[in-house]
Design a protein around this ligand. Structure first.
Ligand code: WT7
Length: 666
C-alpha cells in the first residue's frame, strides 16, 4: 500500500482551503448546486451582459438522445482579454509584474507589468484589425516562449479571433496540415529562437509550411507576421553575419511585428463575445486520422481556468508562480497564459531548456525569482534526477510551497525525489491529471486540503464527477479499475472539434452513451483516490507528448520499401514511453542501418523531433487475428524483451512470433 503524505504546516498556514472536510463540502456543493458554487468567481469577472439566473449549465452527453452539446451561461457577454488585463489594471494591479521573462541565455531576461502588457496587446489588436482580422477568423501561431506570444494570443481574444497555436517543435508538414484544417488567415512567428545551443529556424519552417499548405491542401495563408527575436538574443552559437540569410522574405505576405504595431493606439475596445463564442482551438493527436482541433469557448473556460489555478496552486497575492510548459500545448494555454492572468498573478515565463547552460537551470531560476509554485512534467524531473542531488542542493529554494506535475503518470521514485529534494519534505505535490479536451485540471490533489500518495492523481476538482466504468459500461462504485469517464460537464470542457462535430461525438461519446470518455484507464483506491493507469486506446505518451500509433505508422509506410508498420509504446526510463516500430518490407527491399536511419529521419521530419522512434525492428510478418487486427499486446511484449506471449490462440499464424523474437531490436 502506498504511503500517505499529509499537507504540512508550511502549506496549510493561511491556505484558502485548509481541510479535507472543507474540500469535501465544497465538492459536494459544486455538484449539487453548480450555479451557486460558481457564482463567487462569476461575480469577480466583468460581464458586458450579465448571466441570467437559472441558466448556468445545459448539456446532453447521451448520444442516443440527440446531438451532444455543452453550454454554460448562455446569453452572457464578456471578453477574456478584458478580464485578464483591463479588469486587473482597473483593480489597481497595473504596476504589478505579470511576467518575469527568462530567456534561453541567462543574461537575457526582462519583465512586464499588467499595464504595459495591456498596451502592447491593444496595439497589436489594432494592427490585426487594420489588416482585416476580426471575430471568428483563425490566427495560426508558431512561436517560441517569448512575451510576444502571449501578446498575440491575448490580442486574438480581444478582437474575437480564434488562435490556433502550433507547438514550434512541429515540422512544416504538421504546421501546414493544421493551418489548412482551420483555414488560418494569418500566421504569426519569429525569425528563430535558441533552445539551449540549438537554433530553431522558425521563419524558414513557416515558409515551407505555407508552401505546403498551398500545394498540398490548396489553402493560402495571406500574411505572415514575424517577430525579430534573434537580434536581441545573446548568441548561444554561431549565426550568419546577416540574420536575413537564415530565411527568405516576401514583401507580399511577410510583415514585421514592429511594423504591425508602430503608430497603433494603446487603446482598443474589446469585441464583446457571447459566453459560448470560441476563444481558441488547439490540435491534439487522435488515435486515427488527422489531428483533432479541440475547441474551447469563452465564459466557461475563463471561470474554470481561474478556479483551478486558485485552488490547485493555492495562489496568493504575493506569490511567484512558474509553469515550465511550452505555450504550444494546452498546459501553456491555461497555466502559462489565461489562468495566472485571470488571478492577477505574477509568473515566470521561460524560453530555454532545463539543461542550458547547466543542468541546474530550473533550480537556479527558482532561486533567482523566489518561486512559490513550480509546475513541470515527470519527464523533466526524471531527466534532472540523473544529474544528482548537488544540482538542487546548491540553490536556496525555501520560497517553494507547491510543486505540481502534469502530462503523464508520475512514477513514485520521481515523486519522492520531487517531494524530498526539491520540496524539502514540506511542500505539497499536485499531480494534475487533465487533457487538452478538459481545458483545466480535473483530477488532482489540492495543496492544504487533500492527502497525497506518490503516483496517485488524487481527487476530482470542483464540478467534476469522475465515473469509472467496466467494459460493459457498468459503473464501478468504490474501489476498482476501469475506464475513466465523466457523466456531466464542468465549465472548462471542450465544446466540439473544429469543423467536425460528428467526430467529436464519435470519439468521446459513442463508446459509453451518457459519458465523456477520456481514453484513460483509472483505479479508485481504498481512500477514494484516483490513479491514472494509462491510455486504453492506441495512443502513446512520449515525454508528455501524446501521439497516435497510426499517425507514426502512416509516416513509416510512406517509405515505399515499407509494406506495413506497427508501432507500440515501450516503457522508457526518462521519456515515460518511447516508440518501438515493427516494419515489414516490400519485394526486393532490404533491412539495413540506412533504412532504419532514413525511417527515423522521416518521422522527425514529418511530425517533429519529439516523435523520433527509439527502435525499428525488421518483421517478416505481423501477429494478426483472423479478422486481420494486429495484436499489439504481443508486439508490446516483444519490445519489452519478454519471451512469454500469453494467450496466442486467436493468432492466424503463431509462427511469426519466433521470427519476431529473432529480429528483436536492441
Ligand atoms: C493525456 C492528455 C493536460 C496537459 C498535458 C497533456 C495523460 C496528463 C496526466 C497525469 C497521468 C496524465 C493522459 C491524458 N496525462 N496528465 N497527471 N497523470 N496521465 O495533454 O496532450 O491532451 O494529453 O495525457 O493520458 O489523457 P494532452
Amino acid at each position: 500500500m502506498a504511503q500517505i503524505y499529509l499537507p504540512t504546516d508550511h502549506v496549510a498556514d493561511r491556505s484558502r482551503l485548509p481541510s479535507f472536510e472543507q474540500y469535501q463540502d465544497m465538492h459536494k456543493m459544486s455538484l449539487d448546486e453548480p450555479e451557486a458554487f460558481w457564482s463567487e468567481i462569476i461575480n469577480e469577472f466583468h460581464w458586458q451582459t450579465h448571466p441570467t439566473r437559472g441558466n448556468f449549465m445545459s448539456y446532453n452527453f447521451d448520444i442516443n438522445k440527440g446531438n451532444i452539446f455543452v453550454k454554460f451561461m448562455e446569453g452572457a457577454m464578456t471578453n477574456v482579454c478584458f478580464n485578464v488585463l483591463d479588469k486587473n489594471v482597473r483593480n489597481g494591479h497595473g504596476d504589478k509584474i505579470a511576467f518575469y521573462w527568462e530567456g534561453n541565455h541567462p543574461e537575457d531576461y526582462s519583465r512586464i507589468t499588467y499595464a504595459k502588457l495591456m498596451e502592447l496587446v491593444c496595439q497589436f489588436s489594432n494592427g490585426l484589425r487594420d489588416r482585416n482580422i476580426g471575430k471568428g477568423d483563425r490566427v495560426a501561431i508558431y512561436m517560441p516562449m517569448i512575451l510576444e506570444t502571449v501578446v498575440c494570443m491575448l490580442a486574438c481574444a480581444r478582437i474575437g479571433a480564434i488562435h490556433s497555436v502550433v507547438f514550434a517543435g512541429f515540422s512544416s508538414d504538421s504546421l501546414a496540415e493544421r493551418m489548412s484544417d482551420c483555414k488560418a488567415k494569418v500566421l504569426v512567428t519569429a525569425d528563430g529562437a535558441w533552445r539551449g545551443t540549438k537554433l530553431l529556424n522558425l521563419k524558414d519552417t513557416c515558409d515551407d509550411a505555407m508552401e505546403k499548405a498551398k500545394t498540398k491542401y490548396n489553402h493560402t495563408v495571406g500574411m505572415c507576421i514575424v517577430v525579430p527575436h534573434l537580434e536581441r538574443v545573446t548568441a548561444c552559437g554561431k549565426l550568419p553575419h546577416d540574420l536575413r540569410d537564415l530565411y527568405k522574405w516576401n514583401d507580399d505576405i511577410d510583415v514585421w511585428w514592429h511594423d504591425m504595431v508602430e503608430g497603433q493606439s494603446t487603446i482598443c475596445p474589446p469585441e464583446w463575445m457571447a459566453a459560448e463564442d470560441p476563444l481558441f482551438m488547439l490540435y491534439t493527436s487522435g488515435s486515427t486520422g488527422k489531428p483533432k482541433g479541440v475547441l474551447h469557448t469563452t465564459a466557461g473556460y475563463m471561470l474554470y481556468a481561474a478556479a483551478t489555478f486558485r485552488y490547485v496552486f493555492d495562489h496568493r497575492d504575493k506569490d511567484i508562480y512558474w509553469c515550465t510548459a511550452d505555450v504550444g500545448w494546452i498546459t501553456g494555454h491555461t497555466y502559462v497564459v489565461y489562468a495566472p492572468l485571470a488571478n492577477a498573478a505574477t509568473s515566470v515565463m521561460f524560453e530555454g531548456t532545463p539543461f542550458f547552460p547547466d543542468n541546474d537551470r530550473y533550480w537556479s531560476c527558482v532561486e533567482k525569482y523566489k518561486v512559490t509554485q513550480f509546475y513541470t512534467a515527470p519527464t523533466a524531473i526524471r531527466a534532472l534526477m540523473k544529474f544528482g542531488e548537488h544540482n538542487v542542493k546548491r540553490h536556496n529554494m525555501t520560497s517553494l510551497r507547491v510543486l505540481a506535475s502534469v502530462g503523464e503518470p508520475i512514477n513514485s521514485e520521481a515523486w519522492l525525489w520531487y517531494y524530498k529534494l526539491v520540496g524539502s519534505n514540506r511542500c505539497s505535490i499536485a499531480d494534475t491529471f487533465w487533457q487538452t479536451e478538459t481545458g483545466g485540471h480535473v483530477i488532482t490533489s489540492i495543496p492544504a486540503a487533500t492527502p497525497m500518495k506518490p503516483g496517485a492523481a488524487g481527487y476530482p476538482f470542483f464540478g467534476v464527477d469522475p465515473i469509472i466504468l467496466d467494459n460493459d459500461g457498468k459503473e464501478i462504485k468504490g474501489e476498482g479499475e476501469g475506464f475513466l469517464t465523466f457523466a456531466r460537464p464542468w465549465p472548462g470542457i471542450m465544446r466540439t472539434l473544429f469543423g467536425d462535430h460528428d467526430r467529436y461525438q464519435e470519439v468521446y461519446f459513442r463508446r459509453f452513451p451518457g459519458y465523456y470518455c477520456t481514453g484513460d484507464g483509472a483505479r479508485r483506491d481504498e481512500d477514494g483516490m484516483i490513479w491514472i493507469t494509462g491510455r486504453i486506446d492506441d495512443m502513446l505518451n512520449v515525454s508528455g507528448h501524446l501521439m497516435s500509433t497510426s499517425e507514426v505508422e502512416g509516416v513509416l509506410t510512406e517509405d515505399l520499401r515499407v509494406a506495413e508498420a506497427a508501432v507500440v509504446a515501450k516503457p522508457h526510463p526518462l521519456k515515460g514511453e518511447s516508440l518501438y516500430c515493427f516494419v515489414t518490407l516490400g519485394e526486393g527491399a532490404t533491412f539495413n542501418d540506412e533504412l532504419v536511419d532514413s525511417l527515423k529521419k522521416r518521422v522527425r521530419h514529418r511530425i517533429g523531433a519529439f516523435a523520433a522512434p527509439d527502435a525499428i525492428q525488421y518483421a517478416p510478418g505481423l501477429p494478426k487475428t483472423r479478422s486481420g487486427k494486429i495484436m499489439r499486446r504481443i508486439l508490446r511484449r516483444i519490445a519489452l524483451g519478454e519471451n512469454d506471449m500469453g494467450d496466442i490462440s486467436t493468432l492466424t499464424d503463431p509462427s511469426v512470433i519466433a521470427q519476431l523474437l529473432k529480429y528483436r531490436a536492441t
